[in-house]
Structures are given as C-alpha cells and as structure tokens.
Write a protein that binds this ligand. Structure first.
Ligand code: FPP
Length: 263
C-alpha cells in the first residue's frame, strides 16, 4: 500500500478503483496548482428535467469532494471557477441562487475547511459582489488566514481579461516606469504569490478556456472530461492527475522529462 492509498483509506476501500488509481499516482509529481472550470450544471439538471439551479446545488457536492481530496493529497493550490464576470447575464434568480449557494457553502463548510487546514482565498472583482457575499468571503479569508494546507481559491466575478486590465491600471497608478516586465505584471495579478496552474481541468466536454486565468495557464496541461460537474468526484480528479503525470512538459524546449518545477 503506497502513502497515498493510506491517506485515503478512511474514504476508499483498498480494493476500490480510487485506491487502484492512487497506487499509480506518483506522490512526488503531484501538480502544485490545479484550476477547475466547473461546467455542465445546467445540462445535468436538464437531463433530469430539473430547473438549472438544481444542477448548481448538486455541484456543491462535487466542490466538497474535490476540495477535501485536494487537501488530503495534498495539492498546494486548487482554484475553482465559480462565477465569471459574464455570468451576470444569466437570469436574476439563477445569479441569486449561486450567491446564496456560495454563502451557505461557507457557513456550512468552514469548520471542515478549518479542520483540513485549508486556506480560503478569492480572486476576481470581489468589491462588485453583493455586500452580504463579500462579508461572508472576508470572514472565511480572515478565519483561515493562518492555515498552512491547500489554498482553495474561488474565482468570483472573474474574467482573465479584466484581471489584466486591473493589473495594467494598477501599474499605471503606481507609476511603474516604462518598459514594464512580466514580473511587474505577475505582481499585479489577483494570483500574486501563487504558482501558475500546472493542470487545468474542464468538465462537460467543452474545449474552451472561457476567459479563465489567461496569463497564468500559459504552460498548463489541459484536461477535458465529458463528466458533468455535479457528477465529478475524487475518482475523476485522480484520473486527471494520473494523465497529467503521463504527459511530457517541454515549456517550449525540446524535452522535459523531470517534474523539477512541479514539486
Ligand atoms: C457552470 O455550469 C457552472 C457555474 C456557472 C457555477 C458553478 C458554481 C457552483 C458549482 C457552486 C458554487 C461554488 C463554490 C466554490 C461553493 P453551467 O450552468 O454553465 O452548465 P451548462 O453549461 O450545462 O448550462
């Protein structure tokens, strides 16, 4: 039994498919940062003749499973795309359900987040979210500030292009002298201090990046699964990690066989 199987033995039987995957995953080559585009909630609900919001509600179960698995592995950073700056175009009732789900998630899960040593962070134009949501987010960020485990980063009212706009405006405001560098830009992004994603997962089969972490995913491995987000569980995360470990990352060079940059 390898170390990873042991870590998960309270959840998965050693003869389960999850344990078999864990056996094959190299704990020394885990991606440092996994970013997830959680897609397919609406389709999941439609397949069941349920309202779209039922899909979002079911999506919370997947969030819980993935966050806890990431903390256990451990993955240093897990970024979840929960609400894009374009999502305001959705019906008002769907937007308010998403905001309420987020608040309820924090209220319900904060103790588990604490127990697992997870640090809760957000990226996006948070100051444009409803005050009650901002209050909940600030509380979770404050309460988990000292935690040293996985950083759970929730992207809210997020747009990769707006992140760059905000970064460049910040540089202008600071009066950074011409010419600006990659380093200047990186230090002005919402993700300052976080490593770039090594692996980006998108559920429900679409082959799009959807304005997510445009700068940061320059060298990320992209993994798309047909699984709809509400059905996504630990086994799917483990499959994505295993496939990531089997890819050869070259960073524009000719060959790159070690995962030196990864951990
Ligand atoms: C995309 O599915 C999903 C979203 C826009 C929302 C994701 C939000 C959650 C799972 C809940 C809140 C998250 C956290 C971190 C607590 P879609 O509605 O675009 O699906 P479709 O493409 O099938 O219509």
């Amino acid at each position: 039994m390898n170390g990873l199987v042991k870590k998960f033995k309270s959840i998965f039987d050693p003869s389960s498919p999850e344990a078999e995957l864990l056996e094959r995953i190299d704990p020394k080559k885990l991606p440092r940062h996994i970013a997830v585009i959680m897609d397919g909630n609406g389709r999941w609900a439609k397949q069941r003749k349920l309202p779209r919001v039922a899909g979002h509600r079911a999506g919370i179960k997947a969030v819980r499973a993935v966050v806890e698995a990431a903390a256990r592995l451990p993955i240093s950073v897990l970024t979840l795309y929960a609400f894009s700056a374009e999502n305001w175009k959705r019906p008002r009732s769907e937007v308010s359900t998403l905001m309420n789900l987020l608040k309820n998630y924090i209220r319900k899960e904060l103790s588990t987040i604490q127990k697992n040593g997870i640090r809760f962070l957000t990226i996006g134009r948070i100051d444009e979210l409803p005050q009650s949501v901002q209050k909940e987010l600030r509380f979770a960020e404050e309460e988990t500030r000292g935690n040293k485990g996985t950083k759970m980063v929730v992207a809210l009212n997020y747009s990769g292009r707006l992140e760059l706009v905000d970064a460049f405006n910040q540089l202008l405001k600071e009066g950074v002298p011409y010419p600006i560098s990659e380093d200047n830009i990186e230090k002005s992004l919402y993700t300052v201090g976080l490593p770039d994603p090594d692996l980006m997962i998108r559920t429900s089969g679409e082959m799009r990046v959807s304005n997510f972490l445009l700068w940061q995913i320059a060298y990320a491995e992209i993994y798309v699964t047909e699984v709809l987000w509400p059905d996504f569980r630990e086994i799917h995360l483990l499959k994505a990690i295993l496939e990531f470990q089997q890819r050869e990352r070259r960073y524009g060079g000719l060959r790159f066989t070690s995962f030196d940059n990864v951990q």
